[in-house]
Ligand binder design. Sequence first.
Ligand code: PGA
Length: 253
Amino acid sequence: MPATLTPQVFPSAEDASAALANEIGNLVRIRASENRSVVLGLATGSTPIRLYSELAQLHRMGLSFANVITFNLDEYLGLERSHAESYWQFMHFRLFDHIDIPPENIHIPDGTIADEDLAPYCAGYETAICEAGGIDLQVLGIGHNGHIGFNEPGSPPDVTTHVTSLNEITIRDAARAFGGAEFVPTRAITMGVRTILDARRVVLMAFGTSKAQIVSEALTSEVTADLPATYLHNHQDATFYLDAEAASMLSQG
Ligand code: PGA
């Protein structure tokens, strides 16, 4: 496998998040000085929360996000934006309400699209990414089942933004937030593996002991649809940002 997918292990999740926030801040600043925009692919979940508070802090210290364009990985199908668990709410509460990104630069898949309109809607999401210049840096988490975005085990590599059914581990992981597995949406719109691999740089973050096993498998396994994070072995500039706990099952040396 290519040697590019080497993890960076930080003492804590705070350190890893600050490192990525600083990398993003530097990119935003450089592009602003060139009068160019930056296209970020963003993730939801518990993992990137510290990254977003670090970015909000950079804004309070003077960094403008006026030249930033964002595309979120995914959204549950069937949720209005106003639903407390929609990713639209999450992103605004955690990041967008705290920075000066122009609202028209924010792209989050719309969970209310009617079934018959989903195919053109997903194609349009891809077109918008292309028209923005492609994703410069994609932020990812990893599910306990190895998913990236909602690309669940079994996902093929050559798929762009699409509708998918959530795997039972993903539904179980979301059950608490929704007040029971029966309230978790069963489908989502997600960027595909191809969309993610087309980003110029990919940083997958994983924190805590509960991620140690899947991180170890993702880094040591051959590329397989059974563990979608392994597709990142095929990317020229992908890395894992881990805290010591998530790295605790990696073999030394
Ligand atoms: P988490 O989810 O950040 O809440 O652990 C990650 C994921 O499912 O991709």
